[in-house]
Design a binder for this molecule. Structure first.
Ligand code: DGY
Length: 325
């Protein structure tokens, strides 16, 4: 069995994979370029990928032996899953293990934006701290404020649990209503407009799909409070970045904290980089040593199961096995 692994993995995951198959690991920090990926996929039975690797129908057609794509991420919008299913290729992902780490970071961004932590650091380093002042870097209270969640999957629910400690009122919008969580966590279900209109903080926890692309745009931003802060740890293209820039510049909303952008990395001439009221992190919400190791171990298990012809323990398209040639 031949496998191509598109980036170096934590050693415990490699120790699992390497004895089982003939694996090549791409050593560069940057993703393999498209032509290299196509060439490596040509003879591969399995690919272990990151969210930076585009796995589309053309690549699958150039890889006649491919039976499993194991993505080391919970999101899998980099993979054309219907095309994989049609071709009998199972796709694995890594849900669950990154939930708490990602929610920690989303909450950290919320707090940092509300209390202007990053601006404060810049202010101090620039020698602008002259004295204690009553109106220096005034922020917004998180305690007792209203949090609006767009998406109530695992990470959205973990965010809601954190908000309870701050005695926040939590509204959520999700196509699937979760009355069990409403009762357990004291959440209120609302339509998207109500969540946008009534929340002091809006945090995005939905996958990127055709329905959620640019869900946050000029029209939806205009529905938010002028004092509101937007947090995005999901996927960059859920937010129309040009519209967000205009909204932050013009005071339509007060601030934003983004762990994800469109594109990634964000272009160095993107106007968002000029704004004081926008925090930009380099897609690190799940980046703890323990969590990244667990993700890689899970991806290894998914890969090996797929190579054995089994449904991976975390598989987004188990029905693909029925289409196997
Ligand atoms: C994912 O897993 O989809 C995150 O974006 C990175 O952990």
């Amino acid at each position: 069995m031949q496998v191509f692994i598109t980036r170096r993995l934590p050693q415990p995951a490699l120790d699992k994979i390497l004895p089982e198959c003939d694996a090549e690991v791409w050593q560069d920090e940057l993703p393999p370029p498209r032509d290299v990926l196509l060439e490596k996929a040509r003879d591969a039975d399995g690919l272990l990928t990151l969210l930076t690797d585009k796995i589309d129908a053309a690549l699958m057609d150039a890889a006649p032996r491919l039976r499993v794509v194991s993505n080391c991420a919970v999101g899998f919008d980099n993979i054309d899953v219907p095309a994989a299913t049609q071709r009998g290729i199972v796709v694995g992902n890594t849900p669950g293990v990154l939930t708490e780490t990602t929610a920690d970071f989303a909450f950290a961004l919320l707090l940092a934006a509300a209390r202007r932590v990053v601006e404060g650091d810049r202010f101090t380093r620039a020698g602008r701290w002259k004295t204690w002042g009553l109106t220096v870097l005034l922020g917004q209270d998180v305690y007792g404020a209203t949090l609006g969640l767009i998406g109530l999957g695992r990470i959205g629910a973990a965010m809601a649990r954190r908000a309870r400690g701050f005695e926040m009122r939590v509204l959520y919008y999700d196509p699937v209503r979760r009355e069990d969580l409403e009762n357990a966590l004291g959440l209120t279900y609302a339509d998207l407009d109500t969540v946008l209109r009534e929340s002091d903080f809006v945090s995005i926890h939905t996958p990127l799909t055709p329905a959620t692309r640019h869900l946050i745009n000029a029209a939806t931003l205009a529905k938010m409070k002028r004092t509101a802060i937007l947090v995005n740890t999901a996927r960059g293209p859920i937010v129309d970045q040009a519209a967000l820039y205009a909204a932050l510049r013009d005071g339509v909303i007060a601030g934003a904290a983004l762990d994800v952008t469109d594109p990634e990395p964000i272009a160095l001439n993107d106007p968002l980089l000029t704004l004081e009221n926008c925090i930009l992190a380099p897609h690190i919400a799940s980046a703890s040593i323990a969590t990244r190791t667990k993700m890689a171990m899970m991806a290894a298990d998914n890969l090996l199961a797929g190579l054995r012809g089994e449904i991976p323990p975390n598989c987004v398209n188990p029905e693909a096995l029925r289409n196997r040639r």
